[in-house]
Structure formats: structure tokens, C-alpha cells
Ligand binder design. Structure first.
Ligand SMILES: Cc1cc2nc3c(=O)[nH]c(=O)nc-3n(C[C@H](O)[C@H](O)[C@H](O)COP(=O)(O)O)c2cc1C
Length: 159
């Protein structure tokens, strides 16, 4: 699959604009809002990194599936992303509440409303380890010791 160019301001696209991380099939998937993430190069491949806390329902899907997607949206979908980031797919049909429409992408899913989606194949995961973490980060971000699991995926398609 050809990788098209993807030019972006990496310090804005997650932090300010937000994204959706999704995993699963059309029949069984979940997605959540993410604003922590990365993009770059690892093992000579274009990669995307996401961080998923243990409590997220989406985590069951990022664990189960070989692929995940990270998708980006115009500002008019801010409220939809807010719903996807405050409600859990465990408790409700949050896609319907957010007004988003799932569509297939490779062996994964994204949403019709996305302006860009990166389809990623999981290459690596690891739980963030407090042993290597600055104390102020531990104190501020992890009072409950619920360290994020980092997933690094190879970008295999850009839509
Ligand atoms: C702006 C924003 C950014 C978020 N970023 C992350 C993130 O990077 N990692 C994470 O684990 N949760 C993040 N969350 C929280 C999840 O999106 C939220 O807990 C969501 O309800 C999980 O849904 P789920 O249980 O259906 O997976 C974020 C929430 C918002 C509103």
C-alpha cells in the first residue's frame, strides 16, 4: 500500500485538535478520543504512537486486534470528539450519540467524518514504567498508578 505524504504540525494535531483511536471490525469495534500521541520513524518505518489507560474499553480492542486507526477531524466535530472522550462504549452507543458513522479501512475501522486516517499495524506495546518516569509526572498523571499502555503502529495506509 502506497503511503501518501502526511504533512502536519505534530505539536498541534494531537494536543489541540485531538484524534480518535479506533480498533476492531465493523461488527465489533470501539473508539476513543486521544490527545497524547506521536508520529515518527522507528525501525525504518513510519510509525504512530498512542497511549491507552487500562480502564478504557477501547483497550480491549487495541489488545485483541492487529490493527488500529488514528483519525483526525475538522473543528466542527469537536463536540463529537468530546462525546467520544467522555462516554464509554461499555455503557452506551457513543458513536450514535456523537453522530459518527463507522466505515471499514483495511482490517480495521475509521469514521466517514474523518478528514484523514492513518491505518496502523501494531508493532509494539509496553506499559509506561514508573521506574523511568520523572516524579512530577508520576505524581500529576498517575496518582492511581494506572499507567498508560503505549502502542506503536506501523502506518500502512493513509486515507
Ligand atoms: C481531549 C481528550 C483527550 C484524551 N486523550 C486520551 C489519551 O490519549 N489516552 C487515554 O487513555 N485516554 C484519553 N482520553 C480519555 C478517553 O477518551 C475517555 O476515557 C473515553 O471515554 C474512553 O472511552 P472507552 O471506554 O469507550 O474506550 C481523552 C479524553 C479527551 C476528552
Amino acid at each position: 500500500m502506497e503511503i501518501k505524504a502526511f504533512n502536519t504540525d505534530i505539536f498541534t494535531i494531537y494536543d489541540k485538535d485531538w484524534a480518535l483511536a479506533a480498533a476492531g471490525t465493523m461488527e465489533s469495534h470501539n473508539a476513543m478520543t486521544v490527545s497524547w500521541g506521536g508520529m515518527g520513524t522507528l525501525w525504518n518505518k513510519p510509525v504512530v504512537t498512542i497511549y491507552v489507560r487500562p480502564s478504557r474499553y477501547t483497550r480491549e480492542f487495541t489488545e485483541r486486534e492487529e490493527y488500529f486507526t488514528v483519525s483526525f477531524y475538522d473543528e466542527k466535530y469537536r463536540e463529537a470528539l468530546n462525546v467520544m472522550g467522555t462516554r464509554s462504549g461499555r455503557d452506551c452507543d457513543k458513536e450514535a450519540e456523537a453522530g459518527l458513522t463507522a466505515v471499514p479501512m483495511g482490517e480495521s475501522v475509521t469514521f466517514k467524518e474523518a478528514k484523514r486516517t492513518l491505518l496502523c499495524r501494531k508493532l509494539y506495546y509496553q506499559d509506561l514504567d514508573p521506574a523511568g518516569m520523572a516524579k512530577e509526572v508520576q505524581d500529576k498523571q498517575y496518582p492511581g498508578k494506572d499507567f498508560h499502555r503505549m502502542y506503536i503502529g506501523e502506518v500502512i495506509e493513509i486515507r
